[in-house]
Write a protein of this length. Structure first.
Length: 458
């Protein structure tokens, strides 16, 4: 089976050039100025950009959260991903309290197998750091999981102490893995939540007061400092504020291996949404910030202090799920859909707005996450031997995002009515067209598990 993509402009994280691509058996077989070979299928990409399929390193699919189940499983979320140009997701497999990492991996492989439209890998999200959990890390690395996530916003039994964090970094480093962290200080959040509740301040407009930027900055600095003691790499997922990115920048200036990820919603939505009558639709953790934080995040993207943009796709319905938090925001499950809109949003607010180059777009949504999480160069670039995952992207088209165009099962999109410039025209996975103009052709179960290579500094 061969496919020839002709006349497109190939854009990787480093290069931009006009060339044809010949795909054979799902892989890039040849890239050349003008390939005139016979192929089973020929696609004319005149006027289109040919980008490597996007890699979303931050999704939460088919998961229990705050006592509710997300509305998207691997089938619906990866169909949405495919339509939006994302051909690989790295999902968080959650270790249940008292459970094992092997159990989490097995459960998530079952959730994805037979359902996922796109390829997938996993981080394992830890509920606790115990000697037993740390002891399992080498076996997980051997099984193809090389990133382990911990939340610093827990409290009580879920609070992770400094010594535990140190041991997690050391164990991960020793096994060839990287630690990902959600960095907000849970102990202080608990104090703020208690205070707000006693003052009757439970409407969603007070969510930012429970989780202010300083709480994020403190945990970010604490995690970076402990990673430094362990001489271990660290990946901060979901950086939302100027305060936190300042800590990342300072550590990187000292030469520490620190990676930061933000999400499109921190770049294009602001905390003003919490004043809306349906403001609870926008609950996420960390919360949305005032707009000046987004300006600082864009600067950090330009300077290279932010490496990756993940969607943090965690979809719920407004009716019957998010709206339970109308009187008390702590009752609303955190998160919303975003896997489908990610590439277009970053293109529109980044490239089309003149903030970043098309190459930097590829780096942020594809190449860097593929490198950091051990999937490069199979994913994240277009080179001879890479998987033939591609977005034939139309940078000039204009789209209005809405529930009508969203393939998530959620009954709303947080980006309703937003006009974006640039969208995928056609999306290929291993040489096969899986989406075209927002219609999905790929079938559930065609996605493959991607074992990650051990972490090495890109
Ligand atoms: Zn998340």
């Amino acid at each position: 089976m061969t496919t020839l993509i002709k006349n497109g402009t190939i854009i990787t994280a480093t290069d931009t050039y006009r060339a044809d691509i010949l795909v054979k058996n799902g892989r890039v077989c040849e890239i050349g100025g003008e390939i005139s070979k016979i192929a089973n299928e020929i696609i004319d990409a005149t006027g289109k950009w040919v980008l490597p399929g996007a890699v979303d390193a931050h999704t939460h699919l088919d998961v229990e959260c705050d006592g509710m189940t997300t509305v998207d499983d691997f089938e619906s979320a990866t169909a949405a991903a495919a339509a939006g140009g994302t051909t690989t997701v790295i999902d968080y497999a959650e270790q249940v309290p008292g459970g094992t990492l092997a159990g989490a991996l097995e459960k998530w492989r079952e959730k994805a197998a037979g359902r996922s439209v796109v390829d997938y890998g996993f981080h394992i999200a830890l509920s606790e750091v115990t000697p037993g959990i740390l002891g399992e890390i080498p076996a997980m690395v051997a099984a193809g999981v090389t990133s382990f996530h911990a939340r610093l916003d827990g409290w009580g039994e879920r609070y992770i102490h400094d010594g535990q964090l140190l041991e997690l970094f050391e164990s991960a480093r020793g096994a060839g893995a990287i630690v990902c962290l959600h960095a907000e200080n849970g102990d202080i959040i608990r104090t703020y939540l208690g205070r707000l509740a006693s003052e009757g301040k439970t409407s969603v407009r007070y969510l930012p007061e429970a989780r202010p930027p300083e709480v994020e900055a403190q945990a970010t600095a604490r995690a970076i400092s402990i990673a430094e003691m362990a001489r271990a790499p660290i990946y901060l997922s979901g950086i939302s504020s100027a305060h936190a990115i300042e800590k990342v920048k300072a550590a990187r200036d000292r030469g520490q291996v620190v990676y930061a990820e933000t999400s499109p919603h921190f770049l294009v939505l602001t905390s003003e949404r919490y004043e809306d009558p349906d403001g609870v639709k926008y609950t996420c953790i960390p919360p949305l910030r005032p707009s000046w934080h987004a300006d600082v995040l864009w600067k950090a993207i330009s300077s290279g202090d932010i490496h990756s943009i993940g969607s943090d796709h965690r979809a719920f319905h407004y009716a019957g799920q998010k709206d339970l938090g109308k009187e008390d925001f702590t009752r609303a499950p955190r998160g919303f859909a975003g896997v489908q809109e990610r590439v277009s949003l970053v293109h529109s607010a980044g490239v089309a707005a003149g903030r970043i180059s098309p190459n930097r777009l590829v780096d942020l949504v594809s190449a860097s996450p593929a490198k950091i999480f051990g999937l490069f160069p199979r994913k994240g670039t277009l080179a001879v031997g890479s998987d033939a995952d591609m977005i034939l992207f139309d940078p000039a088209t204009e789209v209005t995002l809405s529930k009508a165009t969203s393939l998530s099962r959620s009954d709303y999109t947080p980006y309703e009515g937003m006009n974006v410039r640039g969208a995928p025209w056609m999306v290929l996975q291993r040489g096969k067209v899986i989406a075209r103009e927002n219609k999905v052709h790929g079938r559930a179960g065609q996605g493959e598990f991607l074992p990650a290579a051990r972490f090495s500094v890109p």
